[in-house]
Design a protein around this ligand. Structure first.
Ligand code: HEM
Length: 120
């Protein structure tokens, strides 16, 4: 059972619902910030438990490297997307927030896909 990948996919779905609710500004902001908290919690769990190691293939291959790289890109983009969202809330134009959100969500989706691929 790839339960870590299922939690990972659930956070992605949570973020998708948050985007679908973007017109309700405070709800959107809360859901996306919570999504960040969920992702950090998952990352810390994976880092400090043996669960991820037990669920991945014995020998780390290029796919695992791609997965870790994508997760790093995704985490690096989070503060920028959240900050730009705060700017939109304060009255700025949405363009920058949208331009950051697109690569972020693509990276987030690819993290889900590669998580299922590296899991046994
Ligand atoms: C991972 C974090 C986030 C993602 C991926 C994300 C994504 C998006 C997307 C795709 C849009 C639509 C942009 C458009 O139609 O031009 C949007 C709109 C918006 N976001 Fe975010 N967002 C995130 C976090 C936040 C946060 C933390 C805030 C506030 C503190 C925020 C505030 C807003 C606002 C005010 C809008 C405009 C909604 C509207 O009236 O159409 N976002 N967001």
């Amino acid at each position: 059972m790839h339960w870590l990948s299922i939690i990972n996919a659930s956070i992605f779905l949570w973020l998708c619902v948050g985007i679908a609710l973007r017109r309700r500004h405070m709800l959107h902001a809360t859901m996306m910030t919570l999504g960040f908290a969920f992702d950090i919690a998952l990352l810390l769990y994976v880092e400090f438990s043996s669960a991820a190691i037990e669920q991945t293939v014995a020998k780390p291959g290029p796919l695992l490297l791609v997965h870790v790289l994508l997760a790093t890109v995704m985490l690096a983009l989070y503060p920028f997307v959240i900050y730009s969202g705060g700017r939109v809330l304060a009255g700025s134009d949405r363009t920058r927030h949208r331009r950051l959100a697109l690569p972020f969500m693509v990276a987030r989706l690819l993290v889900v896909v590669t998580a299922f691929m590296v899991a046994r």
